[in-house]
Design a protein around this ligand. Structure first.
Ligand code: DX5
Ligand code: ZN
Length: 209
């Protein structure tokens, strides 16, 4: 299981130490919120760029914004591994093209209420599917187990069509819920509050793995 720490619940006054503390992970998950797509605001491309300069990990940028097309060029400057947008956002097909034009991996995410069917028209272009296991907006919420049915469905769809996307889950991950994720076929787990509440982050990452 690959681990992607979400810095949303990190101590932002000590961000460089916080980022260094999770360097044994696989990706660094960057949660971008616009106060419209979700009822919260986080931070934007300028801080993401600074993070990219001090992080040894590839960035996994999760755009929880209504109009991602407006932001792709700015986030591309941080050269992330993935830019993930939501199927529930505006102008999805166009935004996917824009991400591809920067040679960045396209990620596509669905909220807990959104069916896998909404991903199907785009799966040809996608390197990462992010299944939300909480309602996006805040760290520290409880894991929604039903979302794992969508992971199982995606594993089948990937196999039947020879797609090569990775399957990621986001929200409510801890050492218990991650076992169910592994059994369902998840490749990458985002971990926010569980990890940043641990004193020893390396040990926390190892225990999730
Ligand atoms: C939720 C974010 C998550 C969040 C996960 O909107 O997309 O990445 O930070 O936090 P935990 O692990 O605390 O549920
Ligand atoms: Zn996220």
């Amino acid at each position: 299981m690959k681990i992607a720490p979400s810095i949303l619940t990190a101590d932002f006054a000590n961000l460089s130490q916080e980022i260094k503390s999770v360097e044994s992970a696989d990706y660094l998950h960057i949660d971008i919120m616009d106060g419209h797509f979700v009822p919260n605001i986080s931070f934007g491309p300028a801080i993401t760029y600074q993070i990219s300069k001090i992080s040894a990990l590839p960035l996994d940028v999760h755009l929880m914004v209504t109009n991602p097309i407006k932001w792709v060029d700015q986030f591309a400057k941080s050269k992330p591994k993935f830019i993930t947008i939501h199927t529930e956002a505006n102008r999805v097909a166009e935004t996917i093209k824009s991400i591809e034009s920067h040679h960045i991996g396209v990620g596509l995410s669905i909220k807990p209420v959104t069916p896998v069917d909404d991903l199907l028209p785009f799966l040809d272009h996608v390197k990462l599917v992010l299944v939300m296991t909480v309602e996006p907006g805040f760290g520290g919420q409880s894991f929604i187990y039903e979302a794992l049915n969508k992971v199982k469905e995606l594993v089948k769809i990937r196999k039947a069509n020879n797609y090569d996307f990775e399957i990621e889950v986001d929200g409510g991950i801890n050492t218990e819920t991650i076992k169910n994720c592994r059994d369902a076929g998840v490749d990458i787990a985002v971990a926010g509050s569980y990890l940043f509440n641990q004193k020893d982050r390396e040990k926390g990452i190892a225990s999730l793995r």
